[in-house]
Write a protein that binds this ligand. Sequence first.
Ligand SMILES: *Cc1c(COP(=O)(O)O)cnc(C)c1O
Length: 366
Amino acid sequence: MALPEVKPWIKTLEAYVPGREAAAGSSMAKLSANEAPFGPSEKALAAYAEAAAHLRPYPIHPVVALRETIAGVHGIEADQIICGAGSDEMLALVGQAFVGVGDEVIFCEPGFDMYRVVALSQGATPVPVPNRNYQADIDGILAAVTDRTRVVYLDNPNNPTGTYRTQSEVERLHAGLPEHVVLVLDGAYAESVTADDYEAGIALVRAHQNVVMTRTFSKMYAMAAMRLGWAYGSPLIIDAMNRLRMPFNVSVTAAAAGAAAVEDAEFLDRICTHNAVWRDRMTAALSALGLHVVPSQTNFLLIRFPDEAPFTAGEADAFLAENGILVRSYRKMPEHLRITIGTDQQNNSVLELLSLFMSGQRVNPA
Ligand SMILES: *Cc1c(COP(=O)(O)O)cnc(C)c1O
């Protein structure tokens, strides 16, 4: 008797290995996964607690209300919004709807890992396009398009580099794509952008059938544990995603907390201001130490360390960890570390530790 046969392309996937977590109860500062440091809005927490008293019915109205709230705050159409378990689910639904065996999926490298996973899980060929000077290479992406291309994923800003592409550059990318290609604008860090020539995707979605923008509550809203994200796309794309999505993919607590968070503009403003102030301050201070800090529009910094011991990224990673700070390292870019912007105290610790590190005096400050 034959055993169940796993589809051959599924075997090309590896189960996701999350970044190192702070051990339960430890005082390690987790600056490795880009959750904003202060936790969710108080109003979101109150809405969560209130919703938790209403767990019996399937969550239908709360999700409708969430979509209407998002639509109101962003000035977009509620029936072109779809919500799900993080923007990861949104990215996967686009793949399921538009990508099949033998197709091609384009994304930036380095870029968000999930695009490759979505491509492989559909039996498609991932087509990574190397960044140029840490930025998405618009011409490189356009040159990589073939008649097998089905989706282009653009994390704008990019994770892990933190760089962004301007509205006019994204428009140029879109204009150069064949109409049959779906352009996914992943705005996971849209809230943290301060550049005034950036646009997360609403204008392109409005104007074209082949564009969808994804957003998340995991990063600047600091609700990653909730698993809540959304997409705004053309009727064609949102209709396909709605047919595929499981009907009750957002819990009542997530819907209620998400709606309260989106309405709490004052909270988001406070987080974004803190982030922008520290982003400038840390970029300047770390650059002054002789480190290369990639210009960031996000809530993290990608830092390139020297090649020579004892100043390598690997050594810095270990030194920070010994001193209670977890950051993100990369197998494929071992000279770099990515550090999430944290609280005042955490950021000051990072600066103090890296200053010691670069001075060559690697003693514990405490
Ligand atoms: C974190 C992240 C996401 C997805 O996060 P969810 O928690 O699934 O919403 C998507 N894209 C990028 C670029 C990210 O950094």
